[in-house]
Design a protein around this ligand. Sequence first.
Ligand code: SER
Length: 314
Amino acid sequence: MLEKIVVIGSNGQIGTELVSELRKVYGDGNVIACDIRRPDYDIRNSGPFEFVNVLEKDILRQLFQKYKPTQVYLLAALLSATGEQNPKLAWDLNMNGLLNVLDLGHEYKTSRIYWPSSIAVFGPNSPKDQTPQYCIMDPNTVYGISKLAGERWCEYYFHRYGLDIRSIRYPGLISWKAAPGGGTTDYAIHIFHDALKKSNYKCFLSAQTELPMMYMDDAIRGTIELMDAPAEKIKIRLSYNFTGMSFTPESLANEIKKHIPDFRLEFTEYDQRQAIADSWPRSINDSNASSDWGWKPEFDLSKMTEYMLKNLRK
Ligand code: SER
């Protein structure tokens, strides 16, 4: 079947890389990049682009009407740290954006919809180590609350309308192509830029704050593998636990020192992102993703560090 794929939020950290990968697989003209802001040169020139605000349902409907997409990826969202600065906007965008896409996916019989969730769905009373797929979930950020509610809506639309929605709970995503979007895990990207620029980095999380992370190449591959899997293999219609590695600022700094020996890790005054990080898992058990659709990460801490430094140096 010829695929027509709409990616909403194409200018973000994930969208930028996902659009170029999908265009390689499905052809430039079949992947429509959509965002509220003008995209960078690459996305605009390699294929179709549409200005879309996911909260404007009539404009969104025109997009579905024009392209009749077979797949929709909804990536537009406010992340954990920016969400706390504007809780009502985060709720509105993350929740009503999703409901608009689910409604139109149902109306236009979209074959597959992708929507990302996050480790932020877990909270202070969730198990911290090897956090399982199913456990107590008591998120205390507006981002986490919207993702947990969104997962429930995805499962609801699947059971009620048969809409094929697939989702992954991303850990912190580490990439060099596009800037991260205001998350608590963003330190793990800034650290590389500063290491190369000035051999030191002032971290807003404490040395021993361990969080689940993943290199973007793994995240993009995993996302497309999930979307390509036969529907009967997708047994979880909430969102899959998903991880690549776990590390602390200190262990990441030690890894960077293997390449930049005089690199020094310093710390800022207390930052409210510390409280967010402290409420999240240290590591994730993603065995359902492995057994249901064969997920296996390729990047560990040392390979990720090597690739980040190599690519940022270029
Ligand atoms: N990287 C995200 C954040 O920190 C987690 O999903 O908000």
